[in-house]
Design a protein around this ligand. Sequence first.
Ligand SMILES: [Zn+2]
Length: 336
Amino acid sequence: MKGNQINPRFIQMLTGRKKEDVKENPSIVDLKSDHTKVIVENRESLRPESLNSFKLKCGHCNQNGIYEVGKVAINVMDKKKPTHEDFQLNGYFRCKHCNAAGDWELPTDLMMLGITAMITPEKMADRCFVGKNAMFDGSSHRFATDGEEHLLDLLEQNPKDAFLWNRLGNLFQTCGRPELAAASFEKSISYQPDQLESQYSLGFLFEDVGEFEKAADHYEKVLIAAESYKEFDAPKLRDMLASTLNLLFCIHLKTDETIPFLSEYVRDRISEVVQFKFTRVLDWNPVLDPADYTTFYPLAEAFMGEQSKQIPKSEQVNLPSSGSGKKKKRKKRRKR
Ligand SMILES: [Zn+2]
């Protein structure tokens, strides 16, 4: 079988199988992921749209192939001309013939793309930029497959680290491999169901293939997990929740309200603190506008629970104090 372009080591880590039990060129079935299955069945094409396709030669088997290399970063400091080592290719690809990765001979036209981007960066901005790709831990890699190996090294030390599985999922997602991303995020939440970023990304992947019920289910889990999630600072957490609420609201609208916005499932699972704030926001009934995600801030802050207090005071949503609005109205009426 040709061209699955899946790392056998990824399969090993994902499924806990021994090296000798995994094929050198594994297929999607070997991922044993229900989430991947849904993505694969519903997506017209698993390959990213062509942005930068080049003919590359594999240093392992010496065979040529056309590969989508993704966005190109030229990691040069003060040099005038980039060398092969300065090229970082953001797309995830492995040799179609031998499934090896990271040992590529770069063609002249790709080198020329880099030089053009250095001379006229504005013309090339979509395809190539001067700078470098860095991962969450500051490490920087020439190929997405190198970044993957780095994360698999880290996972070998901590195989049940939901955060690392999330980072691996992010790598696959940004490098144009949603089916591998789905399997990684699924693994991440199997170890830590309240890994909010993995729940969000799964929601996003399912929404992308029109699986709205599944998407809403994962977005709701983001809301439930928010109160205890500590990986973000408070303003970033609020933005993420506002975006999640906005996406859920849009799913509610585009499914003719068959998928509820903030279902009983969510309401039954939030803490008393969140419940109290949530009820106050609902009583206040702010206008929600999908074109302006900040209109979801009051609800987002409610789901943050006590964490919302860490947002600078001047930026926090001011809810009308409970009951005061009604009293004022009554007073006015009496005067009349
Ligand atoms: Zn090869």
